[in-house]
Design a protein around this ligand. Structure first.
Ligand SMILES: [Zn+2]
Length: 441
């Protein structure tokens, strides 16, 4: 079976696959799919829809066998289709210089790096479209005469090029600045956007592909695009801080749970209409609830942890934040924060506790519904601490209902002391705690 977009089946020099008009369809078409249903000829309409206009005739002029033969892979440079050394030598000395006019847009080497990124598939496709100049930014639409006005809808002072939208518009600049990603070239309008993307790919690799820092720039790009579309198509304007927050949530979600947050569109639009679905629940009478969270930056910095203690009336009983040892993953950071929380609650004399965290995998492992072999020592330590309590439960909460612990754990990243116990409600979580309190009433 010859694959339409991969195999070099067009009879040009050198033979190659046809170029797609926009983006190769994700299901792999074989060349056979381009035939008419009765296989008597090419399906011209379909070909014109999918294939770059310059290649359409190359396909249509190829004669199809009228009897059903098997595909035959031949050597293009000899009459009989069989390879020989002489023709191989000829090919080696006659390969044309790639002509920029006929190559698909974008740096092929840079595009090929996309598939080595550790990021959700939808982000890879989005980056592929960006680097192939297939994102419908206004200047691109103007070039294709789809729109007449190419100004950026956000700042309305500059034309919306890819570079402007993602890097040099004030909205984008704010996000990059606040993200503290150490790539000063990003805000420089003199640097072409492909170079910036190259720097981001490098950074992704060097910061660690499964670290928050390594993930963040890729997800920022995605959020800027989403936010731009919300503005253009739905007239919804989001502040830069919201895009940054969503990008870092996406990043955490991906490295902690490997979740390709496909449903984020639906969850974001449905969240306001059903605010009661995700809310913090008070523990049953006789129990204390401890919400914990771990925060992982990279292997060279201690993971941080935080936990909040509340009773069955939802009343705050204390909180703490701590910096633990260096760990190798977000999962281990979760384990460590749980252990630190268990130790402190035990010392404070609590004996019937529900420990609630937002890492589903960890909760499932602790409840015995799955295993995680490479974290066996962490799990063992948690279970040993668990045995000291009279009664213990491990429950899972969606990230959005574990906000106070999440905020406090991140707050610890900038803390001067490795361990802080809060008898009073820390200011940074007072709002989130208040929302939990009224939500659970
Ligand atoms: Zn702008």
């Amino acid at each position: 079976m010859i694959q339409t977009w991969l195999d070099p089946w067009l009879p040009v020099h050198p033979p190659r696959a046809p170029r797609a008009r926009l983006q190769p369809p994700s299901n792999h078409y074989s060349v056979r799919d381009l035939f008419l249903p009765n296989k008597t000829g090419w399906n011209e309409d379909l070909i014109r829809e999918l294939v770059h206009e310059d290649d359409v005739n190359l396909i249509l002029t190829q004669k199809l066998s009228q009897s059903q033969n098997k595909d035959y892979l031949g050597w293009h440079y000899t009459e009989d289709g069989k390879y020989n050394v002489k023709s191989g030598y000829w090919l080696g000395t006659h390969l044309p210089n790639p002509d920029p006019a006929i190559l698909p847009p974008g740096d092929p080497q840079l595009k090929s790096q996309i598939w080595n990124l550790n990021t959700p598939p939808k982000i890879k496709h989005f980056l592929w479209r960006m680097l192939s100049k297939a994102l419908a930014v206004n200047t691109e639409l103007e070039r294709r005469r789809i729109v007449t006005d190419s100004y950026c809808r956000r700042c309305v002072t500059m034309r919306e090029t890819t570079d402007h939208l993602f890097f040099t518009c004030s909205h984008a600049r704010q996000i990059w600045r606040a993200s503290s990603i150490p790539l000063p070239c990003l805000s420089n309008p003199q640097v072409p956007y492909e170079t910036k993307i190259k720097e981001i790919f490098e950074f992704h690799k060097n910061a660690g592909k499964d670290t928050l820092q390594g993930q963040l720039p890729l997800l920022i790009l995605w959020r800027i695009w989403r936010s731009r579309n919300n503005l253009v198509f739905q007239r919804r304007q989001y502040g830069w801080w919201r895009d940054l927050r969503d990008a870092s949530h996406d990043a955490e979600e991906w490295i902690t749970h490997g979740i390709n947050n496909q449903s984020s569109t639906t969850s974001m639009t449905s969240a306001p209409s059903c605010p009661h679905q995700r809310r913090w629940k008070k523990p049953r009478p006789g129990w204390i609830k401890c919400n914990y969270d771990g925060s992982f930056v990279n292997q060279n910095n201690g993971a941080t942890a935080a936990w909040i203690i509340r009773d069955n009336s939802g009343v705050y009983k204390g909180a703490a934040q701590a910096t633990g040892v260096n760990v190798t993953s977000a999962f281990e950071a979760e384990c460590q924060s749980l252990i630190l929380a268990m130790q402190q609650l035990w010392v404070k004399g609590y004996r019937r506790v529900i420990f609630e965290g937002d890492c589903k995998l960890l909760v499932n492992v602790l409840n015995g519904s799955t295993t995680k072999f490479d974290a066996i020592n962490w799990i063992q330590e948690i279970q040993d601490w668990g045995k000291k309590f009279e009664a213990i439960e491990y429950s899972w909460a969606h990230r959005s209902t574990n906000q106070p612990a999440d905020i406090l754990a991140k707050n610890q990243r900038n803390a001067l002391s490795p361990y802080l116990v809060h008898f009073y409600i820390p200011v940074c979580i007072s709002n989130a705690l208040f929302l939990d309190y009224i939500g659970s009433a």
